[in-house]
Design a protein around this ligand. Structure first.
Ligand code: ATP
Ligand code: MG
Length: 377
């Protein structure tokens, strides 16, 4: 049996565990036409979750459109990728698709190309795209609504990593988008992302185009008991012996972080593949292996930090991440004045080295934290 633990890409099927409660809530919200704003720190499983939700909705005749803003660096690119995602959702014969785009987008030149596998694929070109960008955007924004009306379907549009939209001409893009989508009654929009501070500003700031645009959902880590049964099941399916106690220890080491759970389990699976018995000491071997494999990367991250950022990171490892601006904390850890600490913590958050969870600053990558403990502190 192949290693069933995956990390790095979105997971589905057997590699995706539970989240039944969240799936039920989100599916229910989307069925009722609610806009959503889903956020969490990095790698908690937002994309995996929404993809499972979209699959469920597809089975109930929803048209689903998914767009990842990490891939979008210009308005032109937005037009290309968004119209492609919409074309996928239309799910009609290619001639009908061409007709759909011709009727609904000015200056579009749809054509058919034949893929290597012999399948026809829709190609969308635009005449004088730069000169027509605003008209084009307006038309493309309306496409999901047109799709909903023509196909008599409910439509869900997901904008993943939506904080990146900020890079497209700042507020202007957001304002246009909001103005164009706010009357789309038949469509639920899901805005998702991981840079929580940027996203929360987008949602909570009265001047933001996305001020209170929908229901907010914070995605938590997976509950320990669900993770434990997931890990046990996968190992036992592969005829590995592993105790509940050892499994709980895996959750403790990784602080129930789904990504790191999968990472360490992947390694344990390999380490124990001969005797198929997992003991507690294998957890240390796996963890050391991960740290060794990542040490080059960790060194590079460390080298990229300023002296004050390094001091603050060490303080977080040594003293935890509570009340870091207080006089006592700064004095104990020989840190500079509070305003400098503030700048440093913002920089560490922007570099995704530190996260703020429930008011506490922490290093989410526990293997990096361990590397720091072993090599720096
Ligand atoms: N429900 C789940 N069950 C098991 N593992 C999961 C689950 N959700 C996420 N993971 C693990 O976490 C990793 C990250 O998942 P995913 O990419 O969906 O998270 P994300 O929150 O969208 O991340 P990012 O912030 O990088 O966009 C996956 O590769 C997988 O290893
Ligand atoms: Mg994601």
């Amino acid at each position: 049996m192949e290693n069933p633990f995956f990390y790095g890409t979105t997971v589905s099927g057997k590699s995706f565990t539970n989240r039944q409660k969240e799936i039920k809530e989100i599916v229910g919200d989307l069925k009722s036409g609610q806009n959503l704003f889903i956020y969490s720190p990095r790698r908690y499983g937002k994309t995996s979750l929404i993809k499972v939700v979209l699959e469920k909705l597809k089975k109930e005749r929803f048209a689903t459109i998914y767009l990842d803003f990490y891939q979008i660096y210009s308005k032109e690119r937005f037009i290309d990728l968004y119209s492609r995602a919409i074309a996928n959702a239309v799910n009609s014969k290619i001639e009908k698709l061409i007709d759909f785009f011709k009727r609904n987008v000015r200056n579009v030149i749809p054509s058919i190309t034949i893929e290597e596998d012999g399948k026809p694929k829709l190609q969308l070109e635009y005449s004088n795209r730069k000169g027509n960008i605003y008209k084009l955007l307006e038309d493309v924004y309306q496409l999901p609504q047109k799709l909903a009306v023509e196909k008599k379907k409910k439509v869900v549009v997901v904008f993943d990593e939506f904080q990146e939209a900020k890079n497209l001409n700042g507020d202007q893009f957001g304002k246009e988008l909001r103005a164009n989508i706010q009357h789309h009654e038949k469509i639920s929009y899901v805005f998702m992302g991981s840079k929580t501070h940027i996203l929360l500003n987008m949602f909570n700031d009265k001047n933001s185009a996305f001020y209170k645009i929908g229901k907010m959902i914070y995605l938590n880590k997976l509950p320990k008991k669900d993770l434990v049964s997931f890990i046990l099941k996968r190992f036992r399916e592969g005829s590995y012996k592993i105790s509940v106690d050892t499994t709980e220890e895996i959750c403790n080491i990784t602080k129930n972080h789904p990504y790191y759970v999968q990472m360490i389990c992947h390694e344990i699976w390999e380490i124990c593949s001969d005797n198929k018995e997992v003991e507690k000491r294998d957890l240390n071997i796996a963890s050391d292996r991960i740290i060794k494999n990542q040490s080059e990367l960790y060194l590079r991250i460390w080298d990229s930090l300023s002296i004050h950022q390094k001091e603050l990171l060490i303080a977080l490892i040594n003293s935890g991440g509570e009340s870091i601006f207080s006089k006592a904390y700064r004095e104990n850890n020989k840190l500079p004045i509070a305003s400098t600490v503030n700048k440093c913590i913002s920089a560490l958050i922007a570099k995704e080295i530190v996260e703020k969870n429930k008011g506490i600053y922490e290093v989410p990558d526990m293997f990096f934290a361990k590397w720091l403990e072993n090599n720096i502190v």
